[in-house]
Design a protein around this ligand. Structure first.
Ligand code: GLU
Length: 295
């Protein structure tokens, strides 16, 4: 069995877990346990305006009720700003990052003048205005200088992946104009600092992977393995969320909650009468489906 596996579940405390987020939690726990590895929880509370007071505590209680208990006290991103600043300083020194003076309006104007207002998942593709300097304006945000060569990686469920970050995403934000750290930088710094060897998370996040690999390379950090899990869809066919019908989980019946999440992962445990029995049965099925040795 491979030594040194460390996995994690990294929820944003914007509300309690629902069936969709429970799928990622269960999958990351199963993968860690099936590898004989450790499992950590990181509370991703950098985007403070979106965080809901008390949600992180609720999430930890929901996980515990389902038998998913981290091997270390959870890390909180809001307490790790100094690490993110160190990483940004390093990126700036090595010219992988640069200050940007553009407001959203400025970006829209440049894109409109170019005749192709690129949008991707509702985000504007940055036209690179400040790549060669601030043109006398004041810095607002910090951006990563994306490289043009495609990034190739292997996802254990989705297979071979590639993305040209410069062409498809553009120079992305590391520190926002409101002073908050961007998800991309925080996640890369934390995964490395916590020694994460496998990232297991929902498929909606797969598209961030190339940006994170570029950041890892620029910071000379190791690249972890990746596995993106199937999404639970809401009534409108979009990823399940509070807005499209996600129901609060009934943690008085954790076995039912877990069974629902497990079925999305193609796992069954009809005969299990307790959470512990169900988790053991799914661990065995997980080992079989990913060809991992049994105990
Ligand atoms: N905090 C992110 C979310 O809840 C997940 C980050 C990750 O797993 O990389 O969507």
């Amino acid at each position: 069995m491979p030594q040194g596996y460390v996995g994690r579940f990294a929820p944003s405390p914007t509300g309690p877990l629902h069936t969709g987020s429970m799928v990622a939690a269960l999958a990351s726990w199963l993968d860690a346990r099936a590898h004989g590895g450790r499992w950590l929880v990181r509370i991703e509370d950098v985007d403070t305006p979106r965080c809901v007071p008390g949600a992180a505590e609720t999430i930890l209680q929901q996980l515990a009720a389902c038998g998913l208990v981290p091997d270390e006290p959870p890390a909180w991103q809001s307490q790790r700003g100094a690490l993110y600043q160190e990483a940004l300083d390093q990126l700036v020194r090595q010219q992988h990052a640069y200050p940007c003076a553009c407001s959203r309006k400025d970006i829209e104007l440049v894109l409109a003048a170019q005749g192709h207002p690129h949008k991707r998942h509702g985000e504007l593709l940055y036209p690179g205005t400040c790549r060669d300097g601030l043109h006398g304006k004041a810095a607002r945000a910090w951006r990563f200088r994306a490289t043009h060569e495609p990034v190739f990686w292997h996802d254990r469920r989705l297979g071979a992946q590639q993305q040209d970050v410069e062409g498809e995403v553009g120079d992305f934000v590391l520190k926002r104009a409101d002073g908050l750290w961007a998800y991309q930088l925080a996640v890369v710094v934390d995964d490395a600092q916590q020694g994460i060897t496998q990232v297991v998370r929902g498929e909606d996040l797969a598209d961030n992977t190339a940006r994170q690999i570029l950041l890892q390379r620029a910071l000379e950090l190791p690249t972890s393995g990746y596995l993106h899990t199937p999404l639970v869809l809401g009534a409108d066919g979009e990823k399940l969320s509070k807005q499209n019908g996600a129901q609060p989980l009934d943690i008085d019946d954790p076995l039912r909650v877990l069974r629902e999440a497990a079925s999305t992962l193609g796992l069954l445990a009809q005969r299990a009468g307790t959470v512990a029995q169900a988790l053991a049965a799914w661990q065995a099925q997980w080992r079989d489906s990913y060809n991992l040795p049994r105990d």
